[in-house]
Ligand binder design. Structure first.
Ligand code: ADP
Ligand code: MG
Length: 694
């Protein structure tokens, strides 16, 4: 069994003291080896020195010349100007920050090599703040022999310093062994170079290396590293799955009495897709291995009901079910639905939120501990200290994309009792392509609900300039007077947390004035919970006709009579969010509309997003286009997957590697299990090492 040499701290390198080490830590560099895995973001070709006479504005180039004149000038602000020439032409170097020493170094007659972006200045071409160094007068032939890597920047560590440090780490690589955890056989199969060759190439690409390939991350050396990183993430999630499933679950016998009662009371039938997903869930529940299943389905496809039917199975068997929702609003709404479904069947439904205090909370907690509360709904407060379940057999997480992986993990630990793990049902409306799903959710089985209940009319979406606000107000008036209801979602003015709710308050006032015949309500995240709840309930019952809101209503809210959604500043919102918001209407049988108000001028991205929304109502299509526009990191959300923290790999760009990565993961686990943990440790951030044993 190979043993890993303990990595040496970065301070073991020449010239690295505590202060520098701390700054390097910011870049995730703790050991000398970590430096090797600090990968360049891009490269610059400084191997060719361009004659000054050939320069054009916009070029990033290496040039060399002799200083003709250096002077301090005052053009609005104090600056150092230095003019260099090489016989073919001349160039100005402009510095706004400089030291006396620098000024001396640039004295007339000095020969310097510099690098930077050429631009057109007041007196011809110039480079502002070039990187430069003095060269000996006769050293014209001494040019760089490899492309220059540009590393991620951090405060207090210059590029030159980083290059030097990486150089030291590379020197060590020559004498010390850096273990390649990918067996040669796997590399051959995937046609990838060894780790050592890959690292040498990415840090010191030879001058003739195809820059295009490097810049687009298609070079085999880069792909080798991306492969290894994807593999490490894959392994980490698979280990997590193994770990959870190494404990027995709660086999729930196939007793459908409660489920059938629930179904009989419904005014509609399950869709075929709901039935299929439920079937997959039920098969999992009968086994003594804990279920780990994700149900993916577009907004409005009816995931809540599927969850309730799965819950019925656990309750029938005498166990408890916990359902966790990302917002209080949604937890509250689920509680209403579950109460409507289960109370007539004599199954109590409890709602636990962070708000409950005192005696009521104590009583509720005791009921949960003693197992008297068969169904408990709530926010993440459900899994905080002090909440203990008597016999929790099923955990349901709604709108998973709103939770972090860590919350998902905390929940797993919480659920474990008497050496048994509860089944887990995770629900998300974020539809992602299959290869991505296999990577992001490698620890989960996936069921897809790819069908909406019948009778829904597709939502008509239009984009309107906000100058047509008056018309929009008229549309709200006529929709509401015809018995429908409407949402008005307020702008995200900027990133500040204060603004959205202020805007919502002001908009609510203005709309109430413009529409005196309607009852206008308001809901935003800063309102006290009871007020929020009251507004939602009143909207639900139709007492409020127009609900002005921030994006708190984005997930889950279900009021079928609402048929008009107005979204202000829609051009600023992401596609996933717009699609979620739009999903709040079109839930009943009435024709529904979504009006996207935008403010000109719009960015290209904003324009494209609105076009996607107009073109399609299909969540998978929206996700696909979103992926094209933004890349997967944002689509999946940083928080829940940890994938955003990947250093080399990019799920979109490297998607073609994924099938090989899956196969390699399987083979490594089976044939080289001792390589698994070192690989994970090398690539996956400590907090993300879900599969870490012990
Ligand atoms: P989501 O999948 O977005 O969570 P919900 O579970 O909130 O969707 O369901 C949306 C609406 O569709 C709810 O009002 C729900 O009662 C209704 N619904 C669910 N299943 C069906 C069905 N098979 N037929 C008709 N309506 C359904
Ligand atoms: Mg839902």
């Amino acid at each position: 069994m190979p043993t890993a040499v303990p990595p040496r701290p970065v301070t073991a390198l020449r010239g690295v003291g505590e202060a520098l080490a701390r700054r390097l830590n910011v870049l995730g560099i703790h050991t000398a080896q970590d430096l090797l895995f600090l990968l360049p973001q891009r490269y610059e070709d400084r191997t060719r020195v361009v004659p000054l006479g050939e320069l054009r504005a916009g070029m990033r180039v290496a040039v060399e010349g002799e200083v003709q004149l250096t002077e301090v000038a005052f053009r609005g602000r104090r600056q150092l100007l230095s003019r260099i020439a090489d016989g073919s032409g001349s160039l100005t170097l402009r510095f706004f920050y400089f030291t006396a020493q620098q000024q001396q170094g640039l004295a007339r007659g000095a020969r310097i090599r510099c690098f930077g972006e050429v631009r057109r200045g007041a007196a011809g071409l110039e480079i502002v703040h070039p990187e430069y160094r003095r060269v000996a007068a006769d050293a014209a032939a001494d040019s760089e022999d490899h492309l220059t890597p540009i590393y991620p920047a951090t405060e207090g560590v210059t590029q030159g310093r980083l290059r030097m440090l990486v150089g030291l780490a590379l020197q060590q690589l020559a004498t010390e062994e850096l273990r390649d955890w990918l067996p040669a056989e796997l590399l051959r199969r995937a046609e990838l170079p060894s780790l050592r060759d890959a690292l040498l190439l990415v840090h010191r690409p030879p001058a003739d290396c195809p820059v295009d390939a490097l810049m687009s991350w298609r070079h085999p050396a880069q792909r080798r590293l991306a492969f290894e990183e994807l593999l490490a993430h894959q392994l980490s999630l698979r280990l997590l799955r193994q770990k959870i499933q190494s404990e027995p679950g709660w086999p729930l016998p196939g007793d459908d009495r409660l489920k059938n009662q629930l179904l009989q009371a419904l005014p509609f039938k399950l869709t075929a897709a709901q039935r299929r997903s439920l079937g997959e869930i039920e098969r999992d529940l009968e086994r003594d291995k804990p279920m780990l299943r994700l149900v993916q389905g577009d907004v409005g496809c009816g995931k809540t009901l599927v969850a309730a039917l799965a819950a019925a199975r656990a309750v029938q068997a005498g166990h408890q079910v916990a359902l966790m929702a990302p917002t209080e609003l949604l937890a509250d709404q689920h509680a209403q639905n579950f109460q409507r479904w289960f109370t007539p069947l004599n199954v109590p439904v409890a709602l636990l939120t962070g708000r409950q205090t005192g005696r009521a909370r104590a009583a509720l907690l005791e009921g949960i501990r003693e197992g008297h509360a068969p169904i408990v709904l709530g926010t993440h407060a459900l899994f905080q200290e002090g909440v203990q379940f008597g016999s929790l057999a099923l955990v349901i997480v709604d709108e998973q994309h709103r939770f972090g992986v860590h919350q998902r993990l905390a929940l797993r630990e919480k659920g474990s009792r008497d050496g048994r793990q509860p089944h887990q049902l995770i629900m998300t409306a974020t539809p992602i392509p299959r290869t991505l799903a296999m990577t992001a959710y490698a620890d989960l089985d996936v069921s897809v609900i790819d069908e909406l209940p019948p009778g829904r009319t597709p939502v008509k979406t239009v984009a309107l300039s906000e100058t047509r606000r008056e018309e929009v107000v008229q549309r709200i008036r006529s929709a509401c007077l015809a018995g429908r209801q409407a949402y008005w979602v307020c702008p995200l003015i900027d990133e500040s947390e204060e603004m959205p709710y202020q805007a919502a308050e002001e908009t609510a006032q203005a709309l109430a004035q413009a529409l005196p015949e309607l009852r206008v309500g308001l809901v935003h995240g800063r309102m006290p919970a009871p007020a929020k709840e009251r507004a939602m309930r009143d909207f639900n019952r139709g007492l409020i006709q127009l609900l002005v809101a921030t994006t708190v209503i984005e997930v889950g809210v279900d009021v079928p009579n609402a048929s008009l959604m107005v979204i202000e500043n829609a051009e600023r919102m992401g596609l996933a969010q717009l699609h979620q918001l739009r999903g709040r209407v079109g839930r009943g049988t009435h024709e529904s509309s979504c009006l996207l108000l935008y403010r000109s001028p719009m960015s290209q991205l904003g324009r494209e997003r609105l076009a996607v929304m107009r073109d399609t109502n299909d969540g998978f299509e929206v996700a696909r286009r979103d992926l094209e526009l933004r890349g997967p990191g944002e689509l999946l959300g940083t928080r829940q997957t940890g994938l955003q923290q990947m250093r080399v790999a990019d799920l979109m760009r490297d998607a073609d590697l994924l099938p090989d990565v899956q196969r390699a993961a399987q083979r490594l686990l089976a044939q080289w299990p001792s390589h698994v943990q070192p690989l994970i440790s090398r690539w996956v951030g400590r907090s993300e090492q879900y599969g870490r044993v012990g």
